[in-house]
Design a protein around this ligand. Structure first.
Ligand SMILES: Nc1ncnc2c1ncn2[C@@H]1O[C@H](COP(=O)(O)OP(=O)(O)OP(=O)(O)O)[C@@H](O)[C@H]1O
Length: 677
């Protein structure tokens, strides 16, 4: 007997249970709607209460497109437990549906015949238009090792993709669930080939953490960091669908937006500016702003003048500099320390000054002025401006850290006139963020989910890391998809830059997106650009469709339009991924042929949710489409600064397809891809 057996007899009782659960949810909502926020003790509390109640009412809305539960587990003793997206209880307060994140729900995801966790039967519900359409049972006490595949799971994985990414709460796999439910204080790093569910797992982990540690994380905040706007838009519906609307989403660039980015560094400058050695250069450059006192502090007070000699001020400054506090915190302590030194002199002279005198001395004009001269306020932009435009300052800060050639790379050829007119690069604003943190500690969030982490430079990783310095992080990525010249080759190193050397490394290798025919093709690139990393093993039943179309250059545009039209004949989304340089011409060709489409960019999304999306190759990361049409792989690879990065970019582009991949090219394919073709 197969392990997962379709059940037909229980359909009606289960539908009745669903109807009753829906009625319970309606009652819960009506009760929340009837509560009067004006019963709070004052206006502010009433407002707070009104907001909380509105949120609660919204979270109790029934979604007619889905059911309240997707699974059920039976233990030896009744009652059975129904698992759904949210908790529902009846009038007596007894649970009718359990939230998937509740500890008791864990068994639904993890119980197996080898470890049944007290579960005797797992039931999955097939859902169609908000109604239960199928039931599948798995007997966990069965001894035989027969077919363990689930048709409902297969159906979910095979369904055509339309619109933004959906949650996977009904079909989270045991190895994914282990990551989702890792302890709140554990930082997890997930390495996984394309389509192994890293993003899905990261988002469900955020939802689980918020449910399990609501008080702590609601206060401190949870943030998801992704590569660009198009990606954030793609994933934006997942957490709200799980009832979590208060999770921030940001690109890595927006995290450090201290200035407008108006220039692009050369590759070698960008790599160097992203190198972790820059942290030491910046630290020295900043702290060198603290001056050496040459004059004594003179404080007239009444008939007397109090003097603190320069050497004594120097001792105070030295002590403050070695305390391990941030620059501004130490700077703020200086007037009080000077006042204390004055106080000691007053006492020695027979006075008995109290705390108020110390306070007034610290705030006095001469002390404030003297402090500000010795320890000036510093603007991060000025520090960086001076480093890039003044070779002597740079040499002083970089001595023993960067060699002369490296320093030359960093210096501006034509320095801007001032920090205000300086044209900062992406790497520069990341360095500004480091300087801001050296001045004053960056507040830490409770948890950060960092996606596509392999692409960040060490300095960018530090910027993300300081945003969860007191919390934990979930890092998601794939070394083989690293497409920046500074991409990481080692998760151990990346996690150290993030400030989390103690972490769990997990590997996901079952591919839920890319069908076998497509992954086999893309995986030809792996030995040359990520030796040692394997391709995912596709769990898809559908082996997919791969078409390579070689055409003459003048036929390319027509072939492309033909490929898009043929993709549109099947259900699902169509991604047309082209070299960045071809975006404008391709958009024109689509328009001329009457093919409506959206265009994605680093900063732009398709609000209208067209079926066809035109995607520059550099924006494709993390996205997926039912059908993918790729134009001219060799141009996509050649647009990158080096061969390895080019092949990795191509690997990303080729692994976006759920059902079919069409490759249109007039140039020969890169040799690594063409091999064994
Ligand atoms: N357990 C699952 N059940 C159903 N679908 C799943 C499951 N895990 C992942 N998927 C689906 O597989 C697809 C790929 O997932 P996801 O985008 O999270 O992969 P990824 O590892 O982040 O890929 P990439 O490295 O290419 O960005 C998505 O459509 C996701 O919903």
């Amino acid at each position: 007997m197969p392990d997962h057996s379709p059940v037909t007899t229980d359909l009606e009782p289960e539908r009745a249970y669903l109807a009753a659960a829906r009625a319970d949810l309606t009652r819960m909502r009506e009760r929340a709607e009837s509560l009067d926020p004006n019963r709070a003790s004052d206006g502010d509390s009433a407002y707070e209460l009104a907001v909380t109640l509105a949120r609660r009412v919204a979270s109790l809305q029934d979604n007619p497109h889905t059911t309240l539960f997707f699974g059920r587990i039976d233990h030896a003793d009744p009652p059975p437990r129904y698992i759904g997206r949210r908790h529902v209880s009846n009038d007596a307060g007894d649970p009718v549906v359990l939230d998937w994140r509740a500890p008791v729900s864990t068994a639904f995801y993890r119980a197996s015949r080898t470890e049944p966790m007290g579960v005797v039967r797992r039931r999955r519900f097939g859902i169609d238009k908000g109604q239960i359409s199928a039931i599948e049972d798995e007997n966990l006490l069965a001894a035989d090792e027969s077919d363990s595949s689930s048709a409902i799971l297969a159906q979910e994985i095979e369904r055509p993709r339309t619109g933004p990414m959906r949650d996977i709460v009904a079909t989270i796999q045991p190895e994914q669930d282990l990551i989702v439910r890792s302890d709140v204080d554990v930082s997890v790093c997930v390495q996984g080939a394309p389509g192994t569910g890293k993003t899905a797992v990261g988002l469900h982990r955020a939802a689980w953490l918020l449910y399990t540690h609501r008080d702590r994380l609601d206060r401190s905040g949870v943030l998801v960091v992704g590569p660009n706007r198009a990606f954030l838009d793609h994933i934006s519906a997942v957490l709200p669908a799980l009832g979590e609307v208060r999770v921030g989403h940001s690109t890595a660039a927006d995290l450090v937006a201290h200035a407008r980015v108006r220039s692009v560094d050369s590759t070698e400058a960008a790599v160097l500016k992203g190198d972790s050695r820059m942290a030491e250069v910046l630290r020295r450059a900043l702290w060198s702003r603290v001056g050496r006192p040459t004059e004594p502090l003179v404080l007239p007070r009444g008939a007397r003048k109090w003097r603190i000699p320069a050497y004594e001020v120097q001792e105070i400054v030295d002590e403050l500099m070695t305390r391990g506090v941030r620059f501004n915190a130490a700077r703020e302590m200086l007037p009080r320390r000077l006042a204390h030194a004055v106080l000691l002199r007053m006492e020695r002279a027979g006075d008995s000054p109290d705390d108020r005198v110390q306070e007034s001395v610290a705030r006095s004009g001469p002390v404030k002025k003297y402090s500000a001269t010795v320890w000036p306020a510093v603007d991060p932009a000025q520090v960086l401006f001076d480093l890039w435009s003044d070779s002597e300052r740079l040499a002083a800060a970089a001595d023993g850290v960067l060699d002369a050639d490296e320093q030359r790379i960093l210096l501006w050829g034509k320095p801007a006139r001032s920090k205000g007119t300086a044209k900062w690069s992406v790497a520069d604003v990341t360095l500004l963020d480091e300087l801001h943190d050296l001045l004053s500690r960056t507040p830490s969030l409770g948890h950060v989910v960092l996606d596509e982490a392999q692409d960040l430079s060490p300095m960018q990783l530090r910027a993300v890391g300081r945003r969860c310095s007191t919390g934990a992080i979930t890092v998601l990525g794939d070394i083989a998809q690293g497409t920046t010249p500074w991409a990481t080759d080692s998760w151990g190193t990346a996690m150290t830059h993030l400030g989390k050397p103690e972490h769990h490394l997990e590997v996901l290798d079952r591919g839920f997106r890319v069908p076998a025919a497509v992954i086999d093709f893309a995986a030809r690139l792996l030995p040359s650009m990520a030796p040692g990393l394997g391709a995912p093993v596709s769990v898809r039943d559908n082996t997919g469709e791969l078409r390579l179309v070689t055409v003459g250059e003048d036929e390319r545009s027509a072939a492309l339009i033909e490929a898009v039209r043929s993709a549109l004949a099947d259900p699902g989304s169509v991604g047309l991924i082209v070299p960045d340089a071809d975006v404008t011409a391709t958009a024109k060709a689509l328009r001329e042929n009457g093919i409506e489409h959206g265009q994605l960019g680093v900063e732009s999304v398709d609000e209208a949710d067209h079926r066809v999306q035109l995607v520059p190759a550099t924006v494709a990361k993390g996205l997926e489409f039912d059908h993918v049409v790729v134009l001219e792989p060799s141009d996509i690879a050649d647009a990158e600064p080096d061969t390895r990065t080019g092949l990795r970019r191509l690997y990303v582009v080729l692994t976006r397809a759920v059902s079919s991949l069409r490759v249109i090219h007039s140039r020969p394919l890169p040799a690594e891809l063409a091999e064994h073709a």
